[in-house]
Design a protein around this ligand. Structure first.
Ligand code: ATP
Length: 686
C-alpha cells in the first residue's frame, strides 16, 4: 500500500559517508564543455553510478542538485537568495568590494562566474573541511527554511560558510544553484534518462550489492571515455550490449512515465533503492495523493473537419473549454485537501472557499481522490466571468471572509479514487465514476458542460458544430474533444509509451495526445493557435525603437534534449511601455542581469542577435502560418532533416507568467501544427 505523501517520505538507508561535492562540480564542469546530449547523459550516468555503488545516500541530494532545485515544486521550497545576500557573502569571503563584484558581474553576466573569479584570488591559510554533496544539500535546505526577522543575515551566514569551504569550481556551481540556474543545459528529461541508465548498469538489490574498489576504479576510468567505449563499463551479470541498451531504453520509458505521475525524487528514489531494480518501479510508485501528477494536455486542431477525420467512427465527448485556471484537487483518506496548479504549484492557500466546499461535493463512499478541473470566476447569478477577473484574485493566504471574487469548480476528469489509480481506465469509465461519486453544489461545484457524440454522420457533425458555437456564445475558448473508449482491437492497454496515434482513452500524464483535441475559436477564424515562446535574444532597435530591443528572437522548447530552438523574430504587438519595461527587465544591473555574453549552450539557432538573453520568461505569440526555414531551428529533424520551422508574421499577445520556460511550446507541437496546416491546405479544394 502506497503512503500518502502528506507524511514525510521514507528515509533512505543512509551511509554516514558522503561523496565530495567536487565530484558533482567536476561532472557539471565536464557537461558544460560539451553540447552532445549523448555525452552529457554519459557523464551524468557515470557520476550517478559511482554514487549508487559507493554512497547511495548521496543520490537524493545529487538528483535534486542536478535538476537545479532542492525539492519538488509543489513543496514551495525557495532558497530566496538574491544579489543582496550573495554580494554580502562574497564580500566577506573574498574581500572584494560590492562595486568590484558588480563590475565582475557586468563582465561575466553570471554570479557563479563572479564567485569563481572572486575566490581564485583569495589565499586561505587554514583549509576548511572539504564540502560534501550531502553537506551542501543540507545547508541549502537550512537556507530555504530561514524566515522572518534577520533573514538576510542568517541566509548570508550559511552561504558564507559554503563559499569559504568551496574550492576551485565548487564556488561557481554552489552560487549557480543558489540563484537557481546551473547553466549546464541538462535538467529535466536528461537527468531522468541518465539516472535510468545508471540504475540498469549499476543498481543491484541491496543484499547483493558489493562495492568493490576495482569497480570504482573502472568507473573512474570510464569517466573520460567516449560513448563508443561504453561497452567497457562493468556489469556484474554480463549482459550483452544489445540487452543492456534495450534494458536502458525500457528503464528510461518507465522512469519518465513514473516521474510524470509522481514528479518527486523524495518519493520515487527510496523505493528504487530499496528494491534495487528500476523495472519494478511501478510496484510501489506512481500516482500518489498529495503529489501532483503532470497534467494530460490537449493537441491542437485546426478545423472541425480535422476532428472528424482523426476520430473517424470513434465515440467521443465534447466539453466546453473554459477560460479559467486548471486545478488538480487531491483529497487523502484523512480528509487533507490540496489544490495544485497546471505547473504543480500548491495553491491550496489561494482557494480556502474550494477547500471548505469539497466535503459537500463528494458522496459518502468517496474516501480519497484526485480530480482534474477548471476553476472559473462567477458572479452571484452563477454567470461565468472572464479569466481577467479570476486573475485579480489574491494569490496567497486568502482569508475566507475576505474573498471578493467567487469561484466555481468545473470538473472534467477523475484520476484516482478510493486508493486506486484510474489512469488506465477508459475516459468513459472515469466519467461514470466522477458522476457517481460527486454531486453538484450550486455555484460552487459542477461538471463541465458536455455532450457525447461521434462524427459518423452529418447530423452528428452538425450537433458538434452547434455545441462549439454554444461554447463560444457563452464566453468559452472553444471545446475539448476527448476519446471515450479504447480502440476495439486493443486487448491490453500499455502501461508505458502510449503514442498519439493509438487514440487510447487512458489518462496520460504529461502527454499531448490526439485522444484530447482542442478546438478553439481562433482556429475557425483561420488564425491558428498561438505559440508560447521564450525570448532568447534581440537586436538593437532603430528609429522610434532606438534604445530598445527590437526585433526579439524567440524559441520553442525541445524536451528531448533540453534545448531552445529559434522559431521567429518578433517585432509587433508591443507597446512603447512594454519596450521600456522589457529593456529594464533584461538589463537591470541591480537584479540578476539577464543579458549574456554568449548564447547558452542549449540555444539552437543560426541567427546572431546583438544581445543574448538568459531564457527567463514565456510570451504568447500569434502568427500567420508555419514555414520551413533555413535559419530557424524549431522542431529541427522532425519535418525536415536539416531545417527547422518558423512562424511567419509573429505578434506578441501577452506574457505567460503561469508558464515556466520548460512549459513553452515544444518542437513536437510546432511540427504537429505545421502538419495540420498542410492537411488543411490539402483539404481546401474538397
Ligand atoms: P496547455 O495547457 O495545453 O499547454 P495552454 O495552457 O496554453 O496549453 P490551452 O491550450 O488554451 O492552454 O488549453 C488547455 C487548457 O484548457 C487546460 O490546461 C485547462 O486549463 C483548460 N481547460 C478548460 N476546459 C477544459 C476541459 N473541459 N478539459 C480540459 N482542459 C480544459
Amino acid at each position: 500500500q502506497k503512503q500518502p505523501a502528506f507524511s514525510s517520505p521514507e528515509s533512505i538507508a543512509s551511509t554516514t559517508i558522503s561523496a565530495p561535492y567536487s565530484f558533482l562540480a567536476q561532472a557539471f564542469a565536464m557537461i558544460a564543455e560539451t553540447s552532445s546530449r549523448t555525452a552529457i547523459i554519459h557523464i551524468l550516468c557515470n557520476m550517478l553510478r559511482v554514487l549508487i555503488i559507493h554512497t547511495p545516500s548521496d543520490l537524493l541530494p545529487a538528483l535534486w542538485l542536478c535538476s537545479n532545485s532542492i525539492g519538488a515544486s509543489y513543496k514551495g521550497i525557495e532558497l530566496g537568495i538574491g544579489p543582496l545576500v550573495l554580494t554580502k557573502a562574497l564580500t566577506s569571503v573574498s574581500g572584494a568590494t560590492r562595486q568590484k563584484l558588480y563590475q565582475l558581474y557586468k563582465d561575466h553576466g553570471d554570479w557563479g562566474d563572479v564567485a569563481y573569479a572572486a575566490k581564485t584570488s583569495v589565499r586561505t591559510i587554514v583549509q576548511p573541511k572539504p564540502l560534501t554533496i550531502a553537506g551542501v544539500f543540507d545547508t541549502l535546505n537550512i537556507i530555504a527554511s530561514v524566515k522572518g526577522k534577520g533573514t538576510v543575515n542568517e541566509k548570508c551566514k550559511h552561504v558564507q560558510r559554503l563559499l569559504l569551504a568551496a574550492k576551485d569550481i565548487e564556488a561557481r556551481y554552489i552560487v549557480r544553484t543558489c540563484v537557481g540556474n546551473l547553466r549546464i543545459g541538462a535538467v529535466g528529461t536528461t537527468v531522468l534518462v541518465s539516472f535510468a541508465h545508471a540504475c540498469v548498469l549499476s543498481l543491484t538489490p541491496p543484499q547483493q550489492s558489493s562495492a568493490s574498489p576495482s569497480l570504482h576504479g573502472a568507473l573512474m576510468e570510464t569517466w573520460h571515455e567516449k560513448e563508443s567505449e561504453r561497452t567497457t563499463l562493468i556489469r556484474c551479470d554480463g549482459d550483452s550490449v544489445e540487452t543492456l541498451v534495450q534494458k536502458m531504453k525500457h528503464a528510461e520509458a518507465l522512469l519518465k512515465e513514473c516521474y510524470a505521475q509522481c514528479p518527486d525524487w523524495d518519493v520515487i528514489l527510496p523505493w528504487i533503492l530499496k528494491c534495487g531494480d528500476i523495472s519494478r518501479i511501478f510496484e510501489q510508485c506512481g500516482l500518489t495523493v498529495g503529489v501532483p501528477l503532470r497534467p494530460m494536455l490537449g493537441q491542437i486542431t485546426k478545423t472541425m473537419s480535422h476532428v472528424f477525420n482523426k476520430l473517424q467512427t470513434r465515440a467521443f465527448v465534447c466539453e466546453f473549454k473554459y477560460d479559467g485556471q486548471r486545478a488538480q484537487i487531491h483529497m487523502d483518506v484523512g480528509g487533507n485537501i490540496r489544490i495544485f496548479s497546471r505547473h504543480l504549484e500548491d495553491m491550496t492557500d489561494k482557494y480556502p472557499d474550494i477547500v471548505s466546499c469539497l466535503p459537500h461535493i463528494k458522496k459518502y463512499q468517496t474516501t480519497s481522490f484526485i480530480m482534474d478541473a477548471e476553476i472559473v470566476a462567477i458572479n452571484e447569478q452563477g454567470k461565468i466571468l472572464p479569466f481577467q477577473i479570476l486573475s485579480n484574485r489574491e494569490r496567497k493566504n486568502v482569508a475566507l471572509e475576505k474573498i471578493k471574487i467567487n469561484v466555481c469548480i468545473l470538473a472534467f476528469d477523475l484520476m484516482y479514487l478510493n486508493d486506486k489509480s484510474l489512469l488506465r481506465l477508459s475516459f468513459r469509465e472515469r466519467r461514470v465514476l466522477l458522476k457517481q461519486h460527486f454531486e453538484p453544489v450550486e455555484n460552487k461545484f459542477n461538471f463541465v458542460n458536455s455532450i457525447q457524440a461521434s462524427g459518423t454522420d452529418l447530423e452528428e457533425q452538425e450537433r458538434v458544430q452547434g455545441f462549439f458555437e454554444k461554447s463560444i456564445n457563452q464566453g468559452c475558448e472553444g471545446i475539448m474533444v476527448k476519446v471515450l473508449d479504447h480502440p476495439n482491437n486493443t486487448s491490453t492497454i500499455p502501461t508505458v509509451g502510449a503514442r498519439s496515434q493509438d487514440l487510447l482513452a487512458t489518462y496520460e500524464p504529461d502527454k499531448r495526445l490526439e485522444s484530447w483535441l482542442k478546438v478553439k475559436k481562433d482556429y475557425l477564424e483561420g488564425n491558428g493557435d498561438s505559440l508560447d515562446l521564450v525570448p532568447i535574444g534581440a537586436w538593437h532597435g532603430s528609429g522610434r525603437k532606438a534604445g530598445w530591443y527590437s526585433p526579439i528572437l524567440l524559441a520553442c522548447y525541445n524536451p528531448d534534449n533540453d534545448t531552445f530552438e529559434s522559431v521567429c523574430k518578433c517585432m509587433s504587438g508591443f507597446t512603447d511601455k512594454f519596450y521600456k519595461e522589457m529593456k529594464q527587465f533584461y538589463t537591470d544591473e541591480g537584479e540578476m542581469r539577464r543579458i549574456l555574453d554568449h548564447p547558452r549552450r542549449d540555444y539552437v539557432t543560426d541567427l546572431q542577435p546583438d544581445v543574448w538573453f538568459d531564457a527567463t520568461e514565456v510570451w504568447e505569440i500569434k502568427g500567420a502560418d508555419i514555414t520551413i526555414s533555413p535559419l530557424h531551428k524549431g522542431a529541427i529533424g522532425r519535418i525536415d532533416e536539416n531545417k527547422g520551422l518558423s512562424l511567419r508574421f509573429p505578434r506578441y499577445l501577452r506574457t505567460r507568467n503561469d508558464k515556466s520556460i520548460y512549459n513553452a511550446t515544444t518542437g513536437d507541437t510546432l511540427a504537429a501544427m505545421y502538419s495540420n496546416q498542410k492537411n488543411l491546405q490539402l483539404n481546401e479544394g474538397e
